[in-house]
Design a protein around this ligand. Structure first.
Ligand code: KDG
Ligand code: MG
Length: 410
């Protein structure tokens, strides 16, 4: 069975997505997600100009060989653009293989290791009452694990908070649709104010919602190692499921210092794209959860490689799953998460109605967890005609400056 053609679909149903469709010579279709938030067209070009011409005529079943051909053969290894492109080819080929086998993809990955994949949703609020309402809404929807992001007194817009000015005050925080513009929005940040405020928020949340609820928090790469150590320690009484991305991700060694000072579990890696980015972090057991999503970690093949390595060190999965990972990426995560032994938790930020109308809903959400559909392959039903109606619009993630104007990590 040979690859016949590939199509790169760039569309914007609520937000921008880059989707790869591979069709074989006998008409089997596979889907992959190649969305790189704010840099979508770079991946679309990488795929259209440099990958798509290489695929026709290749054996669609040779997934590992195709992965290595694109990774090693491209010479310029790693990086978010190349690895998102490779991820989409890899995912589409796994989709095809499972369809040909007549099995849901997770069956080819070893079969189910659990009934469903525990997920966490995103609650946020500028002030405590809004935050509590948002947590209650998530509990009513059935979530059993919740990421808590909060405003910082004195700052109008803070990462991850729905009511922030930058999201237009709307209840939904999607990272970019409210920010469609020719240039990134700018936010202001003060780490000391944040570090003073956050522990009091978690104290209040635990007081209101009790000890059982799994709570997570994302520091979004903004702290120095010693600040991160201080935050981890100050949050210990509130028993977090994890504290995410405390320091900028480039320096793996920074986590040594953090780890020496706190027992709060650590998650990192949503911006990583290969197993090499984790080498120090995993082998020295400096983290507890791996954040790479299939979309940015080189597909099922790339992320499985990372997670098999992580399993040797009791490090678990915690795949990135905000709305900029498309439903195709979510479906792939649900299949891999159901199969692997070292599954930890899956991020699940509900997609908008427009996104769901185009891609369908490839998972069932019950009892606080998701399960892929019992259909051959990934279980995607993409409405390409509808997708074509939503044209790409430039949209950027915000940038961040300290009070004195210095550019800081967003
Ligand atoms: O594109 C960037 C977003 O996906 C990111 O800011 C979301 O940090 C994030 C998370 O943990 O979901
Ligand atoms: Mg994050």
């Amino acid at each position: 069975m040979l690859i016949d053609r590939t199509e790169v679909i760039v569309s914007s149903p609520g937000r921008n997505f880059v989707t790869l469709k591979i069709t074989t010579d006998d008409g089997v279709v596979g889907w992959g997600d190649a969305t790189l938030n704010g840099r979508e067209l770079a991946v679309a070009s990488y795929l259209r100009d440099h990958v798509a011409p290489l695929l026709p005529g290749r054996d669609a079943h040779r997934i590992e060989d195709t992965w290595q051909y694109l990774y090693r053969g491209g010479y310029w290894r790693r990086g978010p653009v190349a690895m998102a492109a490779i991820a989409s080819v890899d995912t589409a080929l796994w989709d095809i293989k499972a369809k040909v086998a007549g099995l849901p993809l997770y069956q080819l990955l070893g079969g189910a290791s659990r009934e469903r994949c525990l997920v966490y949703g995103h609650a946020s609020g500028q002030e405590l009452p809004e935050l509590f309402d948002s947590i209650r809404e998530h509990l009513e929807l059935g979530f059993r694990a919740i990421r808590v992001q909060t405003g910082v007194p004195g700052f109008a817009s803070v990462y991850g908070v729905a009511s922030s000015a930058a999201s237009g005050g709307a209840g939904r925080y999607d990272y970019e649709p409210a920010r469609r513009s020719a240039r990134p929005a700018e936010e202001t940040w003060d780490t000391r104010a944040y570090l003073r405020h956050v522990p009091s928020v978690f104290e209040a949340v635990r007081g209101e919602f009790g000890p059982d609820l799994a709570l997570l928090h994302d520091a979004h790469h903004r702290l120095t190692p010693i600040q991160a150590a201080k935050l981890g320690r100050s949050l210990e009484p509130y028993d977090l499921f994890w504290l995410e991305d405390v320091t900028p991700a480039e320096n793996q060694q920074a986590l040594r210092l953090v780890r020496q000072h706190t027992t709060t579990p650590l998650a990192i890696g949503e911006v990583f794209n290969t197993v090499w980015d984790y080498q120090t972090l995993i082998s020295e057991q400096l983290i507890d959860y791996v954040r790479s999503p299939i979309t940015h970690g080189g597909g099922i093949t790339g992320v499985r490689r990372i997670l098999d390595y992580a399993a040797m060190y009791q490090v678990k999965s915690g795949m990135h799953g905000p709305t900029d990972v498309s439903p195709v990426g979510l479906a792939a995560a649900a299949h891999l998460g159901l199969a692997i032994h070292n599954f930890g938790i899956q991020e699940y930020m509900l997609h908008s109605e427009q996104t769901t109308a185009v891609f369908g809903l490839p998972v069932e959400f019950t009892e606080g967890g998701i399960r892929p559909l019992e259909e051959p392959g990934l279980g995607m039903h993409v409405d390409e005609n509808l997708a074509a109606k939503y044209e790409y619009e430039p949209a950027y993630l915000p940038t961040n400056r300290l009070l004195d104007g210095t550019v800081h990590d967003w």
